[in-house]
Write a protein of this length. Sequence first.
Length: 195
Amino acid sequence: MPATPFPALFTPRLRLEPLTLADAPAIQVLFPQWEIVRFLAPRVPWPYGPDDAEKFIRDVALPAMARGVAWHWSIRPRSGPDALMGVISLMDDPSAAAPRENRGFWLAPQWQRQGLMTEAVEAVNDYWFLTLGRPVIRTEKAVDNAGSVAISRRMGMRLTGTHRRDFLCGRDIPAQKWEMTRAEWLAWKARNRPA
């Protein structure tokens, strides 16, 4: 498979590296925790098998990255870049049957509630709007996914609708649709630029 044609991204505390097959063992250890997976789509295997991280990277993530319809990064601390903390992804596959969201992420529980995912989201939003030139970003999330909802609010996204959908935690769960345009993102960045 060709090397990923997109760069590592950096924030004050994080290094986001394009996902590789070498990340599978760390993901296999961190990812299969109910706190991480419960609000994910039911296409995620659960219980998580012993080689499901490798299968996802090899059979889903890397081919989509090679086609230029997805961008997956491992999230690592800049102070210790060998430690994988989570994954953040952008998706833009026009052939998808029902594209619902352009961004997804997860972070191991011990790294949550420190503002780290907000940094990662800002970096990939910049990549989406400024490098890829996309006009709008959309996400979906369970109403009860309080951390993810808070990030959407904090980053200036607009709530555009509610509906019900299936997640690993159950069927027909209340969900929200959020979006932001490129102009809204640039305005958010101007308002939130450090003094």
